[in-house]
Every structure is written in structure tokens, then in C-alpha cells.
Write a new protein. Sequence first.
Length: 341
Amino acid sequence: MAVFTRPGLHRVAVLVRHGLLPIELGIPHALMGRARSTTGEPLYEVITCAVTPGAIRTEGDFTVNVEHGTEALAEADTVIVPAAHDRDEPYDRGAMSPGLGAAFARIRPDARVASICTGAFVLAAAGLLDGKRATTHWRATERFQRLFPSVRLDSDVLYVDEGSVLTSAGIASGVDLCLHMIRRDHGAAVANAVARTTVVPPHRDGGQAQFIRRPVPEPSRSSTGAARAWALRHLDRPLTLRELAERESMSVRTFTRRFREEVGVSPQQWLTRQRIERVRQLLEESDLSVEQIAARAGFGSASTLRMHFQAVLGVSPSAYRRTFRTDSTAGADGGPPRTPA
């Protein structure tokens, strides 16, 4: 008997274990479960499963009753593995329990597998991250690197997308990861609508570096927030570090240091990412040519836009537009098809 009961929807199985963090179980249900098409139809069916169905202990003072077993994994298009604080699991020592190993063996070869927080340990123990980039909670990075030296760990990012395998950092990064998967599956408009419904930002800047406690070299009430807000209103301009620093009455050197401390990346990296996000929005929601979009996003030329877009997203602007452009963004008048980027 089929576990998933709604034909045509993307099937998501959340595989939970004892020691489950309840908030991480709720993230895929709250976000992917609320994703809707332009006509209001659900886009995902999300179910919870466990190696042994029944009462699953949580980190809190209650259990979660899980109805489905690993048969759900054989049907799932996406499998999500949240974190669990249970030291009895051998994956925490670089191995898999027989039950968990058998569960992963049921996952289809073409399925997408993702982890939230230290759920990355399970994916690594299963061999899914060998030779790939990945991330996990910054407090677990040393142990992760020691156990899984073949994984290229990036401890500064919120999530890593390696195509069929995705990993995210701490708890809240599960939100970023799920929104990213929704955006990848159905475009920015759907992901943004889910973000608005759940009152979270559709995209967060920087990485884990902004959440790691570091000594502050000198006390100051200054911030780079005003400069960032000003830059977002003037992305079409060729902004310089000196201009941004002057908005905060700082030297370029001080501004650059403070910016990285607050945001987790350099000002130039941040500007490039914001311009890429502006390009994505315009590719999806407008009929503008690549040359026009390059001007509005501050890249100066179409060739520069294409170079940065390919480097960040791994696809060309034209391929991205073909993938994510929908009838809902063709214009209120329902006009003719857009000119390819």
C-alpha cells in the first residue's frame, strides 16, 4: 500500500530518529507543506517516517508518534534528515547502525537527500558526501572533519547544494535550505510566498560566520547596516568600497573589517550576491533583455552578468529563465512569450 496518497505532488519523506529536535521536524512541514502553485494547489506532500514506527523520543519532554516506516523512503522524491541528540547512534562515530543503513538502502538512486544541522553526520556515514562539499553546525565541524576527512566541509555557509545531496548548518538554516529547494523546484515567486506566509526572510545574507562568537577588537556603536540598505537602493550604480565606507563615516579598512564581522562575507562578495538576486528576480518576473537587466543590477554589461551568474548559480541566464519563468510572470496582459535571455 502506497504511503504517499496525492498523485502528482513532489513526495518528501522526513526521516526522524530518537533524540529528535522537534523544531527541525516542523520546518519541512511548515515550509514545503505550504508551497502552492499559482492556482493555489499544493506542490509537495510531506510525511514523517522512522526506522521503527511508533513513539520517537524528542529533545523535549514529549514523544512524536510516527506512523510510517522506511517504506516511505522508497517512494520519496526528496528525503530530509533532521538532527537528533542521541549518542547511541553509531553514525556519531562515523558508522551507521544496521537499521539506519538498511533504511538508506531503500532510498531511490534518483532521489534528492538533504540534512538539517548535524543530520549531515548521517549523510556522511552513508557515504553520500564523499568528495563533495557539505556543511553542518559550526560547533560540530571539528568532530565532523575528524570522522569524515573525505568530505570537503565548508563551515561558513548556511547550506550547500551539491545537486542531489544538500546539507545545512544550524537549526534555522533548515529554513534557508527548504526555501532554497522550493526556489530550485518552483522558482523565487513560490519560495517568496512561502517565506511571507511563515514570516521569514526569503534569503539570508552571509553564512555561519555571523553567528560564531568572536572577540570584538574595539567597542563601537557603528554598524554597516545603513550602508547595506543604501547599496540595495542603488544596485544599478558602480558602487565602491569608499562610497559605502563614507555612508558609515568609516575608513575603508575599518568598514571592510566590520562588514565581514557582521555579514560573514566581504562587501564585494555581498554586492555580487545581491546583484545576482536582483538578476534572478528580473529574469523570472520581467520581459527585460539581459543587457537591460545587467544595467539595472549594476553589472554594467551582459557579458559580465553572464560570467558572474554562471559562477554563482552554475547555469546561464537564459537557462535559468527557461527553467523558472512561468505563465504567472508573463505579464498581466498574458502577452506573447518572452525573448530568450
